[in-house]
Write a protein that binds this ligand. Structure first.
Ligand code: GCO
Length: 456
């Protein structure tokens, strides 16, 4: 059934949270400022051939200096909440050595958000591991999970009076498998056994960090964000049934099962046996990982259509298309995939409260001049994506899913990892030469939905 577009807040339950999302390395810039130390993405992006056109996060959206204007943009959009990430390399450059200047930046950002009536949702780890910790072993090393918990404790101490919603880790699948198995993301290692260890230690880090947050702020809402995708066989062909199981296992159940069921799925453990014997999983780990979260963050972009096997421990699944339209990233656009995914979490996992913590699409954008000398970005595909995926949220709620919010990815066009700045996901266009922001038509539609027409 073609999804229609919701028209206003009244189409959603009372209190449904509408937000926008970003991440520190993708928008802040100022990589060498005020005591920040290099992260694995600084190092990775400096390696020739890793990022399109050799682009880096050096300036990005210059959000480190323009944060007040960007908060004003969010207020103009009428968002209730802002999901951003705290930069570990700014806040705790070395274990035991907090950086006052880095902490002060987030104090300023929080002051602006709270003054604008925007609720801060903070992600502790959005991939910018301090390089010094990677040099000491990175996420494949168990010690990194304990360093992460120390960082979480510091963040809770310094910001917990103003941040009430925390996401510990963003997308452990991408961070572990794309960073340590396929090597397309930082730190660019190709070592499936290390990737499997990294996946576990990221989840252990989640459990340890959640314990630190809860000890300091029992009333805080704590969760994490998983990149989840409904997996289907190409043309529904039975020959790909096991490929669907394997890819679903690696992409989804390797994380959902320890988090929500307290154990690793047996079939995935068997799939991984020739890569890892899971000897790194210590007694007590799964009780920490499986401790109840207050919410599950779902990052959804597209379905995954498989045609072949899946090399356990890598991010490379043999995939194909199903004829659906694709965004600039080559990802199929499938709003119903979001409803199917959310219903699966509700029906198969008895999921806790869910928030869609990322959802968005990349399209080539053009800025045009308006008759009154202003600027406009007509982005009908992004607007349609937003409308149909918000409708998909409504369909999931109608099916009984406890879905309480939606964060559009992203507020701003930003550094899209290996793609550099070519892929534009923002509701707000950024001219990276001048740093001029222009609210796109999709942003204006979102603002109208939220009931606050985007002021120019
Ligand atoms: C992710 C990350 C974001 C991306 C976005 C588009 O989900 O990969 O959380 O940082 O930029 O998803 O790929």
């Amino acid at each position: 059934m073609p999804a229609l577009a919701p028209s206003g807040r009244a189409d959603f339950p009372d209190g449904f949270v509408f937000g926008v999302a970003t991440a520190a390395f993708q928008i802040e810039g100022a990589l060498d400022e005020d005591g920040r130390v290099p992260s694995i993405w600084d190092t990775f992006a400096a390696r020739p051939g890793t990022i399109e056109r050799g682009e880096t996060g050096k300036t990005a959206c210059d959000h480190y200096h323009r944060y007040a204007d960007d908060v004003a943009l969010m207020a103009a959009l009428g968002v209730d909440a802002y999901r951003f990430s705290l930069a570990w390399p700014r806040i705790l450059p070395e274990p035991g050595r907090p950086n006052p200047a880095g902490i002060a930046f987030y104090d300023r950002l929080l002051d602006e958000l709270l003054a604008a009536g925007i609720t801060p949702w903070a992600t502790l780890y959005h991939w910018d591991l301090p390089e010094s910790l990677e040099a000491a072993g990175g996420w494949p090393a168990r010690e990194t999970a304990y360093r992460f918990a120390e960082y979480a404790a510091l963040a809770a101490d310094r910001f917990g009076d103003r941040i009430g919603h925390w996401l510990t880790v963003n997308e452990p699948f991408v961070s572990s498998m794309v960073g340590y198995a396929s090597g397309v993301h930082a730190p660019g290692r190709v070592d499936p056994a290390a990737a499997v260890r990294a996946a576990h230690h990221l989840m252990l880090g989640h459990g340890l960090a959640m314990r630190e947050l809860r000890a300091r702020h029992p009333d805080a809402q704590v969760g994490l964000a998983l990149s989840l995708t409904p997996v289907e066989a190409f043309e529904g062909r039975a020959e790909f049934t096991d490929a669907v199981r394997r890819v679903d296992g690696m992409c989804n159940r390797l994380f959902l099962d320890p988090l929500l069921r307290g154990s690793y799925p047996g079939d995935v453990v068997a799939d991984l046996a020739h890569v890892s014997d899971l000897a790194h999983v210590a007694d007590g780990d799964l009780a920490l990982v499986g401790a109840p979260v207050d919410f599950l963050g779902v990052n959804y972009y597209h379905p995954t259509v498989v045609t072949g096997g899946f090399w356990p421990g890598s991010a490379e699944a043999a995939t194909s298309g199903s004829g659906r339209p694709r965004c600039e990233m080559g990802w199929e656009v499938d709003p119903d995939g979001l409803t199917r995914l959310l219903r699966r979490l509700h029906e198969d996992y008895d999921s806790p409260t869910i928030y869609v913590t990322e959802n968005g699409s990349a399209w080539p954008d053009t800025v045009t001049e308006t008759p009154d000398g202003g600027r406009r970005v007509a982005d009908p595909e992004r607007t349609a994506y937003l409308q149909t995926h918000l409708q998909a949220c409504r369909d999931a709620i109608a099916a009984g899913v406890d879905l309480r919010g939606y964060f559009a990815w992203s507020l701003l066009d930003n550094f899209e990892w290996a793609f550099g700045y070519r892929m534009r996901f923002g509701l707000v266009h950024v001219d990276f030469g001048t740093q001029v922001r222009t609210v796109k038509d999709s942003g204006r539609w979102y603002a109208a939905l939220l009931g606050a027409g985007a002021r120019p």
